[in-house]
Design a protein around this ligand. Structure first.
Ligand SMILES: NC(=O)c1ccc[n+]([C@@H]2O[C@H](COP(=O)([O-])OP(=O)(O)OC[C@H]3O[C@@H](n4cnc5c(N)ncnc54)[C@H](OP(=O)(O)O)[C@@H]3O)[C@@H](O)[C@H]2O)c1
Length: 179
């Protein structure tokens, strides 16, 4: 199936500190990155999505409220359906387009929620990236959103541009990057 012609949005979702980090040194997301308005917006986006893609650690840490999750992991050879809500996927064993074909997903939104290695993996495929920055937060030794640099530089380098801006709260900014 040629997926280049279908109306599929692949949307990254990240909330970062002013220095571009998604988690602290212990790979935990600190409370200072939490914002109620962003959380509601994020949850609504996940509810809309045909599929939520996330790393295995995030999957194990966060209970699934019934969404269809594609869990990125090296613990399977290619693809394994644990139940209708939990699908394990190893990108080294199967192309993402083949996963979508197998799941019968040809349109709608795919929400990619990280962490870093998962954001890196999808960088060239994002059609949109919702980047929320908490200006007052700094996590100098934390985990960067992308392994290759500051989020705005990496997204621009990947061909995305800021198309919309919204102040969610004082000091909490949403930028919508698109191709
Ligand atoms: N601020 C934000 O927007 C944001 C977003 C996401 C996460 N976070 C935070 O970041 C922390 C978790 O992130 P994390 O990076 O430590 O873990 P993670 O991305 O949730 O999971 C990492 C795991 O995903 C699998 N994985 C990732 N890329 C892979 C690839 N290309 N091929 C095969 N497997 C791959 C590996 O699983 P296996 O070990 O099974 O191979 C790896 O150990 C949490 O604190 C979370 O709250 C924050």
């Amino acid at each position: 199936m040629d997926l280049s012609s279908v109306s599929l949005e692949i949307i990254g979702h990240a909330v970062v500190s002013a220095d571009g980090r998604i988690a602290d040194q212990q790979r935990q997301m600190p409370a200072m990155l939490r914002n109620d308005k962003d959380w509601s917006r994020f949850q609504a986006a996940l509810d809309r999505a045909a599929l939520v893609v996330l790393g295995r650690l995030g999957h194990e840490a966060h209970p699934n409220p019934g969404r269809r999750r594609l869990v990125v992991t090296s613990r399977v050879a290619d693809f394994e359906e644990i139940d209708p809500q939990v699908l394990l996927w190893n990108p080294a064993g199967l192309e993402f387009d083949a996963v979508l074909a197998r799941l019968g997903i040809t349109a709608g939104e795919i929400a990619v929620t990280g962490g870093q290695a998962v954001f890196d993996l999808f960088l060239k495929r994002f059609t949109r990236f919702d980047l929320v920055t908490v200006d007052g937060a700094l996590i100098p030794d934390g985990v960067p959103c992308f392994s290759t640099g500051w989020p705005d530089e990496v997204l621009a380098q990947a061909g995305l541009r800021v198309r919309e801006r919204e102040a969610l709260d004082p000091g909490v900014r949403l930028e919508v990057w698109r191709r």
